[in-house]
Design a protein around this ligand. Structure first.
Ligand SMILES: Nc1ncnc2c1ncn2[C@@H]1O[C@H](COP(=O)(O)OP(=O)(O)O)[C@@H](O)[C@H]1O
Ligand SMILES: Cc1ncc(COP(=O)(O)O)c(N)n1
Length: 273
């Protein structure tokens, strides 16, 4: 029985013991956006707001078993990937995504934690480009991740636009280049949709170091909104409002790059142009 089921979403990612990023940020976002969240754990990290102290990939067979368990029972309407650790894990995720029907896929190509710890072995990048990106409905790289994927420096707005077109050429339908890492006074993300439509989403850049898990929160909000039936364009714009609120309405957790506030009210002052 699948008709009228509560929207169900799964994150395929790494666990952050500190609760601000990874699977934990995704599940909190799913909860805040009124969808039922599930998780396929690809790796564990011993992590807090000061950094990642250690990480441990889950055996690939066990990752596959988690896919099978969920596919046997749930009607999943959207999914997202985050930390995928290495090439073997990317391959098993690609293989299982082709076998199951988890709805539209949002790929957040997580590579390096804000504290500098690698969350993806460099040798996995080619596999992500060739095998994972063609499965993606939405790709949400930050600027350093987009630079690695397109093998070009991204310094200007024009570079962001060009990178989005280059990434769409790799087989992704919709691309959001997130501008959190730029030095612009606005936090400006560039969006290129499947039908060729483009726009910028701009918000006031908040002076804070509490940006742990911003990318995870943004991409899992897109997945949640798509699962509820919103269009890709609407889902992306809601995610921008949601992350702006989550950064703006700060909480006080930890001693370093603190987490965002997943129960915040989405911000209203996002400029779309
Ligand atoms: N200081 C900030 N103020 C407002 N928005 C921000 C800030 N930092 C990041 N964002 C927004 O958060 C989202 C995630 O961006 P980013 O931090 O670049 O991702 P990631 O966590 O993958 O590095 C984007 O919408 C970006 O514009
Ligand atoms: C398990 C996991 N997944 C993703 C991130 C990225 O988040 P951030 O870039 O904010 O450190 C992280 N730190 N840990």
């Amino acid at each position: 029985m699948t008709i009228n089921q509560t929207p169900q979403v799964v994150t395929i990612a790494g666990s952050d013991s500190g609760g601000g990023a990874g699977i934990q940020a995704d599940l909190k976002t799913f909860q805040a956006r009124d969808v039922f969240g599930m998780s396929i754990v690809v790796a564990l990290t011993a992590q807090n707001t000061l950094g990642v102290q250690s990480s441990l990939p889950i055996p690939c067979d066990f990752v596959a078993e988690q896919f099978d368990s969920l596919a046997a029972d749930f009607h999943i309407r959207a999914c997202k990937t985050g930390m995928l650790a290495d090439k073997e894990h990317v391959q098993v995720v690609v293989q299982k995504l082709k076998e199951v029907d988890f709805g539209p896929l949002i790929v957040d190509p997580v590579m390096i934690a804000k504290g500098g710890h690698s969350l993806l072995k460099r040798e996995a990048v080619d596999c992500i480009k060739k095998e994972l990106l063609p499965l993606a409905t939405v790709l949400t790289p930050n600027i350093p991740e987009a630079e690695v994927l397109v093998q070009q420096d991204i310094k200007t707005s024009e570079d962001m636009i060009q990178a989005a077109y280059d990434l769409q050429q790799m087989g992704v339908k919709n691309v959001v280049i997130k501008g959190g890492h730029s030095s612009d006074i606005l936090a400006k993300d560039f969006v290129l949709l499947e039908n060729g439509e483009t726009f910028w989403m701009s918000s006031k850049r908040i002076e804070t170091i509490k940006t742990h898990g911003t990318g995870d929160t943004f991409s899992s909000c897109i997945a949640a909104e798509i699962a509820k039936g919103k269009s890709v364009k609407e889902a992306i714009q809601i995610a921008k409002s949601f992350i702006q609120g989550a950064i703006e309405q700060e909480i006080f957790v930890g001693h370093g790059h603190g987490p965002t506030n997943h129960w915040a009210i989405p911000a209203q002052d996002i400029l779309i142009d």
